[in-house]
Design a binder for this molecule. Structure first.
Ligand code: IPE
Ligand code: IPE
Ligand code: MG
Length: 245
């Protein structure tokens, strides 16, 4: 079973990869009588705080869910606002991320995104590609089922073309077709806002992630919440199917 990190139970310490479902921006704004975009704006501040905390804690990979492939179901006005914010963030934050040694990588289907955003993403990835302090993976127009189907299609294409033999297909080979190829699976998933579901995020990759749900709206997420999630992670015993140690 090549995908199992260890056959033995082990007590976890600092997670190498933290995935975050940043949820609750809309409710944060509504509670204050503000437009939803204000919640998203304040949510961007929370991303900055979280990245600082993650870097200092020694986390090596952070994946954030920024826009799901299902979020197109929202009003045109909100989608436009979110794209506008993304554009702003890509223009104004990349220099700072680069200074902090952060490598940016975007996963998800870029094709439906506005062309200038696609160009900004490409520029951000190119500019930060040699950074080594922390990898920031931004899931944008991302959905896990779509990702898995796309991987299956490309793998089938390679089989039909004779580039891959059926006998070569195993979990590791399949994972190589996912958008996260080369990135270790998340150790810890944090979801804010009190919702307790995965909402089509990294379904394959989170087979053995520890799930931590925090009852705070994302714009209010701060270092204390991050540290609490890390502490909770440290208390978990990851067994990967082995017996209790
Ligand atoms: C998360 O906050 C941000 C995105 C999905 C883009 P929401 O906008 O989902 O906030 P709630 O869940 O409606 O409060
Ligand atoms: C998940 O949050 C997507 C992001 C955080 C970008 P949603 O708010 O869209 O998820 P549901 O609809 O509550 O499942
Ligand atoms: Mg939500």
């Amino acid at each position: 079973m090549p995908s199992m990190p260890s056959p033995h139970a082990r007590i976890s310490a600092v997670p190498s990869h933290v995935a975050i479902i940043m949820d609750g921006n809309g409710r944060w704004a509504r509670a204050r009588g503000l437009p939803r975009i204000e919640g998203h704006r304040r949510g961007a501040d929370a991303v900055r705080r979280m990245l600082r905390a993650a870097g200092e804690a020694g986390v090596r990979y952070v994946t954030i869910f920024s826009f799901s492939s299902e979020n197109w179901r929202r009003s045109t006005a909100e989608v436009d606002d979110l794209m506008g914010l993304l554009r702003l963030y890509l223009r104004s934050e990349i220099a700072e991320l680069h200074r902090s040694g952060i490598r940016v990588r975007v996963i998800g289907d870029r094709k439906p995104l506005p062309q200038d955003i696609v160009d900004l993403i490409h520029g951000a990835e190119e500019r930060t590609r040699n950074n080594q302090a922390l990898d920031l993976i931004v899931a944008l127009n991302y959905g896990a089922r779509g990702e898995i189907v796309d991987a299956a299609r490309r793998l089938a294409d390679d089989v039909v073309a004779g580039r891959v033999a059926l006998s070569e297909i195993d979990e590791d080979a399949f994972a190589g077709y996912l958008s996260t190829a080369g990135i270790p699976d998340p150790d810890l998933l944090i979801r804010t806002s009190g919702e307790q579901r995965l909402s089509n995020f990294l379904l394959w990759q989170m087979a053995y992630a520890e799930l931590v749900f925090i009852d705070v709206l994302w714009p209010d997420f701060d270092r204390d919440h991050f540290d609490a999630a890390m502490l909770e992670y440290g208390r978990r015993e990851r067994r990967y199917g082995a017996s209790v140690g």
